[in-house]
Write a protein that binds this ligand. Structure first.
Ligand code: NAD
Length: 273
């Protein structure tokens, strides 16, 4: 007899970085709707070379209030994932509040557009440090707890830029390719502890990030249309919910034999090479 494995999020807990808005917040709403206690970690300040505002403390508070008002256990933690000490304290707080940490979603990320000659060390560092070093720090402090529990799901948000080059973004491509390497290596290291580590590569998703890029190149037309020209499905837009659906599946026990893999949610962008 075939026994279906249903995703069971009862009593599970999650830490979502960059959780104050957009993809991170949608992931949090989606998991919370299934009973997961969620901790949102966000930087709540802008970065010098990132051409759009990041989330504010207000955004974080509102997001936590929204989740809490739906009857879910939710906390908001101000944390810059580039800072090892802040990450270690954040993971500790989550374990103190919730008693354990089952799901880590490394979603915090920033992007900017510069040709190689104009790419400053600061711009390089901001993108690499948020996307890649932040993912490393969060894994470094969350994984030992998951080992203790003999259970854990790590979902790293990479990008199509983790699979191929995109214009004016060697730093972003380096960071997002790096996340895929980290994902595979960590998956091998922790599989014996019943910890799954996977990555998701979204195509273009409507977001403040996209609007920021559009303003950096003085784009006047619809930013989504411009940045999604390589999508095969042109008439449908990828939404944060599409990414949250993939995260939920990777965080569930239905995908228990997936580890070290990359799930591409790009409307066929990379299907054409
Ligand atoms: N939007 C897209 O088209 C797209 C495509 C592919 C991949 N992605 C990836 O998806 C993830 C989420 O993107 P989004 O579109 O929701 O962007 P977004 O800018 O709307 O959200 C990113 C969140 O991360 C937070 N953040 C930034 N730096 C941080 C730091 N140092 N520490 C903690 N939090 C920090 C921001 O404040 C913000 O709340 C990112 O990793 C991004 O690279 C996005």
């Amino acid at each position: 007899m075939v026994k279906e494995i249903q995703p069971d999020f009862k009593d599970k807990t999650a830490l979502i970085t960059g959780g104050a808005r957009n993809i991170g917040l949608t992931v949090a709403r989606d998991l919370a709707a299934r009973g997961v206690s969620v901790a949102l970690a966000d930087i709540c300040q802008d970065l010098e070379t990132v051409p759009y505002p990041l989330s504010s403390s207000d955004d974080l508070e509102k997001s936590v209030a929204e989740l809490s008002s739906a009857g879910v256990k939710a906390i908001g933690l101000r944390c810059d994932v580039r800072d090892e000490h802040q990450v270690s304290e954040t993971v500790e707080r989550v374990i103190d509040e919730f008693g354990k940490l089952d799901i880590l979603v490394n979603n915090a990320g920033v992007v900017s557009l510069f040709s190689i000659a104009k790419l400053t060390e600061t711009a390089w560092n901001e993108v690499l440090d948020v996307c890649l070093k932040g993912t490393f720090f969060c894994c470094k402090y969350a994984v030992p707890q998951m080992v203790k529990q003999h259970y854990g799901k790590v979902v790293n948000i990479s990008s199509v830029a983790g699979l191929r080059g995109l214009g004016l973004s060697v730093h972003y491509a380096a960071a997002k390719h790096g996340i895929i390497g980290l994902t595979k290596a960590l998956a091998m290291e922790v599989a014996e502890h019943n910890i799954n580590v996977n990555a998701i590569c979204p195509g273009t998703v409507e977001s403040p990030m996209l609007e920021g890029l559009a303003s950096q190149i003085d784009l006047e037309k619809d930013a989504y249309e411009h940045f999604s020209q390589k999508h095969l499905f042109q008439e449908k837009r990828i939404t944060p919910q599409d990414i949250a659906n993939a995260v939920r599946w990777l965080a569930s026990d239905e995908s228990r034999f997936l580890t070290g893999t990359v799930l591409t949610v790009d409307a066929g962008w990379t299907a054409g090479g």
